[in-house]
Design a protein around this ligand. Structure first.
Ligand SMILES: Nc1ncnc2c1ncn2[C@@H]1O[C@H](COP(=O)(O)OP(=O)(O)OP(=O)(O)O)[C@@H](O)[C@H]1O
Ligand SMILES: [Mg+2]
Length: 304
């Protein structure tokens, strides 16, 4: 059983207002999948649909190979979830609260689950003996993250897990993801932050205005980020510029003096073949400024 999440034509309207439309997603066992999108894009809507907290207007959802319209409760044992607005109040200490949630989730936890909970608590090093009403926002978020993983689920779905975390806690979270995938678990998490998605995800799906734009593997050809290329060719730059339409994956091309500048997300071999016939003086190729790319992806239409 390879696919842990599979949606087909997943659509949600809130009355007349669009939540998401025709979202087809596949997430596989052992991968960290980043779900990237601006405010109001449909990330939380998608996640709440996956968890059965919202009813789809239409479309299908399979989690861990099962149609979620059937036997959803039993599936939930194998799933971890951190909501975007994880609120925590009360008179219990952090440790007591986690134990309480564990019993709720797993009945009687296995020795492995107990060990996992303790390991997670050591990893994040906040004061679990303190009562929760004295916790900061980040400390509550840490408790939220721990409860999403402590029962050793096969799939964990997190809505903006790193919001409110300081850099050290963020780092601990990223390390945790690596460890989780090492035991074959899958993680699906939403974020606005390209850098973290770029760093920790094997694949990323981008959503905008309720539509899934594209799903990219981060390691394939730098497809998501591309390369910033400048080709200095005083005699040929204009001719090259005119023939750029022959290439797939050219963005933001511009001619500056005798230099052709562009952002390239296509196949680099194809690009080098394209260059070969021209008289080239100099050539630079570097990773683009991530913020620029992010904005470009957000602004661009379906065929980014
Ligand atoms: N209960 C609701 N009633 C009506 N519209 C809603 C409701 N919840 C969400 N929406 C709309 O659905 C769209 C997607 O919202 P959603 O909360 O899924 O976005 P998001 O990607 O999680 O955004 P953010 O990054 O701000 O958390 C938005 O246009 C939003 O206004
Ligand atoms: Mg949201």
């Amino acid at each position: 059983m390879d696919k842990v999440i599979e949606t087909r034509g997943l659509t949600k309207y809130y009355g007349a207002a669009l939540g998401i439309r025709d979202v087809d997603l596949v997430v596989r066992q052992g991968e960290v999948f980043g779900f990237l999108g601006p405010n109001g894009a449909g990330k939380t809507t998608t996640i709440r649909l996956l968890l059965g907290l919202l009813r789809p207007t239409r479309g299908e959802i399979r989690l861990l190979g099962q149609d979620t319209r059937r036997r959803f409760q039993s599936l939930l044992r194998d799933i971890g979830y951190l909501p975007g607005d994880f609120g925590l109040y009360g008179d219990l200490t952090g440790a007591q609260y986690l134990e309480y949630l564990m019993r709720l989730r797993a009945g009687r936890p296995t020795p492995e689950q107990k060990a996992a909970m303790n390991r997670l608590m050591r990893r994040f090093e906040i004061d679990f003996a303190k009562k929760i009403h004295g916790y900061s926002k980040g400390m509550k978020q840490v408790v939220g993250i721990i409860q999403a993983f402590m029962h050793l689920p096969r799939l964990t779905i997190l809505d903006e897990p790193t919001s409110g975390l300081d850099p050290i806690m963020q780092e601990a979270f990223y390390e945790l993801l690596v460890e989780e995938t090492g035991r074959g678990a899958a993680i699906f998490f939403s974020s606005h932050i390209l850098r973290e998605v770029e760093r920790v995800c094997g694949r990323v799906g981008m959503i905008k205005e309720g539509r899934l734009l594209n799903v990219e593997a981060m390691n394939e050809r730098g497809a998501l980020l591309g390369k910033k290329i400048a080709v200095k060719a005083p005699r040929d730059a204009a001719a090259m510029f005119q023939r750029l339409s022959e290439l797939d994956g050219v963005h933001d091309a511009a001619l500056r003096g005798g230099t052709l500048e562009l952002l390239f997300t296509g196949d680099m071999r194809q690009f080098l073949r394209f260059l070969a016939p021209f008289e080239i003086q100099d050539f630079t190729c570097e990773p683009p400024n991530t913020e620029d790319v992010f904005l470009r992806l957000y602004r661009a239409d379906r065929d980014v």
